[in-house]
Design a protein around this ligand. Structure first.
Ligand SMILES: Nc1ncnc2c1ncn2[C@@H]1O[C@H](COP(=O)(O)OP(=O)(O)OP(=O)(O)O)[C@@H](O)[C@H]1O
Ligand SMILES: [Mg+2]
Length: 486
């Protein structure tokens, strides 16, 4: 054993030195992958260096200073010199990252030591990696040094102030014996008040505030939305501000609001010309049938005029007698109520409603009918997988566990969100960002909407238990949905 020790020491040292030499290469690869390399500086240097080499200014300068003996006249050496010189910008950046990492390691070591995260045999959590996961958040991975996750959680506040960071999530990877810290240097707002003056592009809505800026989405880019999250997360509040904002900025948009918790959340939108509020499954099914009718009518119209969507139709030149097409937004609060078998309607009707929502999800983009579905339970029993696949914009508030977060986002980020009402993950395609959604209470919303401007002549029937009796359901009228002549 003793005999081997010096050899081991030498081998260890060699490995350490080799890793140190390779570490800038690792940083470069990471920089390329996460797109954090400052391209303009590095490429700028490359251009400058290439110009120096091409016009042999480097040679001239060396000979002027009497250092021309240093110039690599030997061809292979010159190639190496030219490559290193022109890519120097990248290498300097990579070495700076290595230096920063080493400094971070020293700071971390001190912080973990002071936080009492040092084992009896002097083991401390050790830095494995630290890299950006989006424009504002980073992920720091350290070895757990034998400490349970609870110990790291206990020291969260201390570590935050010692390291000058804001930690959102601490997670454990038992297999790797590692602990991940998702953190940022910018604090996240715990409350963002809805601002009705906020400018948005046409058919735009406010998603929320990230650590860095206000996020805005549009129904043109993201035609359908899924709002998921456990109870109390902020789904209904999000819907309220979205509807109010759309209404204030896009007066012609019509809303069908299906509130399956008894109509309480959307009652403030009742008796208003642009809104149709239905508080039960039976009435919702009847209204959806009308939506289906609109889909057909608009599809035929687009086909007749050879237009791929309503924007193409509305902007097409030389189209006499053009029909003005309003956009429709169908909002369903608590979709599971509608799809899970209950006492409200028979299963044939429920299947029909599922079918219509599925058609809206597939065809709505082209004809300007949008779907916003909120649910506590985004599983396939509560929400058809085809509908879900078409809800490309997702706001996911806190989820109970990793499994439900994975079913919505494809990862566990929503179960790791802090317990702050209105805090959510916005997923649009591949982008995933943490946001604090805008808060608008019902009273303020009513003030912004102004007094009711319409008396609903026919109220939808209140509740029909058992088999659906469609004759008793009097929907608004087809005219409220159908295309209108200019
Ligand atoms: N963006 C927000 N900012 C601050 N507080 C919020 C925000 N959104 C919601 N809240 C608070 O959380 C409470 C619950 O919100 P909300 O009713 O919207 O949750 P929910 O997800 O619809 O719950 P449920 O599934 O039970 O209907 C609200 O009464 C409000 O006090
Ligand atoms: Mg709700």
């Amino acid at each position: 054993m003793n005999k081997q020790t010096p050899q081991f020491d030498r081998l260890n040292r060699a490995i350490r030195n080799f890793r140190l030499l390779l570490s800038p290469v690792g940083e470069l690869i990471h920089g390329f992958q996460s797109q954090t390399i400052p391209w303009h500086y590095c490429a700028g240097w490359m251009l400058f260096a290439t110009a120096l080499l091409t016009f042999k200014i480097d040679h001239y300068l060396l000979s002027k200073t009497g250092l021309n003996a240093l110039y690599p006249y030997y061809q292979p050496l010159y190639r190496l010199y030219a490559f290193s010189f022109s890519t120097l910008g990248f290498w300097v950046w990579a070495w700076l990252q290595v230096k920063k990492k080493r400094e971070k390691l020293a700071t971390l070591t001190a912080a973990f030591k002071n936080a009492g995260l040092e084992s009896k045999i002097g083991r401390l959590p050790n830095l494995i990696s630290d890299f950006p996961i989006d424009s504002t958040n980073r992920k720091l991975r350290v070895t757990n040094a034998g400490f349970p996750l609870s110990k790291f959680n206990e020291q969260k506040k201390y570590l935050e102030s010692e390291l000058g960071i804001y930690v959102d999530v601490i997670k454990e990877d038992r297999e790797l014996r590692a602990v991940d810290f998702i953190y940022s240097h910018i604090p996240m707002a715990d409350n963002v008040v809805y601002n009705s003056e906020q400018k948005t592009p046409s058919f735009g809505f406010l998603v929320g505030r990230t650590r860095a800026h206000q996020l805005i989405g549009t129904f043109k880019q993201t035609p359908h939305l899924l709002i998921a999250g456990q109870t109390g997360g902020g789904k209904s509040t999000f819907l309220r501000q979205l509807i109010v904002h759309m209404h204030l900025h896009q007066k012609a948009t019509k809303f069908l609001l299906i509130d399956l918790k008894g109509g309480l959340e959307f009652s403030l939108f009742e008796n208003r010309r642009q809104f149709r509020v239905v508080p039960n499954v039976v009435a919702a099914i009847e209204e959806l049938k009308l939506v289906s009718f609109v889909l057909d009518e608009r599809m035929t119209l687009l086909k007749t005029h050879n237009c791929k969507d309503i924007d193409a139709y509305l902007t097409k030149k030389n189209l006499p007698g053009r029909t003005s097409l309003n956009r429709h937004v169908i909002v369903v609060d608590e979709a599971a109520e509608m799809f899970l078998a209950g006492n409200h309607a028979n299963s044939k009707e429920i299947q029909a409603a599922r079918g219509i929502l599925s058609r809206v999800a597939r065809l709505g983009r082209a004809v300007g009918v949008h779907l916003v579905v909120a649910t506590q339970r985004p599983d396939t029993r509560a929400l058809d997988s085809q509908v879900k696949a078409n809800l490309t914009g997702v706001i996911c508030f806190q989820m109970m566990n990793d499994a439900s977060s994975i079913s919505v986002l494809g990862n566990g980020r929503a179960s790791d969100l802090p317990r702050v009402p209105g805090r959510a993950i916005w997923k649009n395609g591949m982008d995933m960002l943490e946001v604090q959604t805008p808060f608008l209470d019902a009273e303020e919303a009513e003030i912004l909407l102004g007094p009711p401007d319409y008396i609903e002549k026919v109220k939808p029937v209140v509740e029909i238990v058992g088999e659906l009796e469609s004759s008793k359901v009097i929907p608004k009228t087809k005219e409220d949905y159908r295309v209108q002549k200019d």
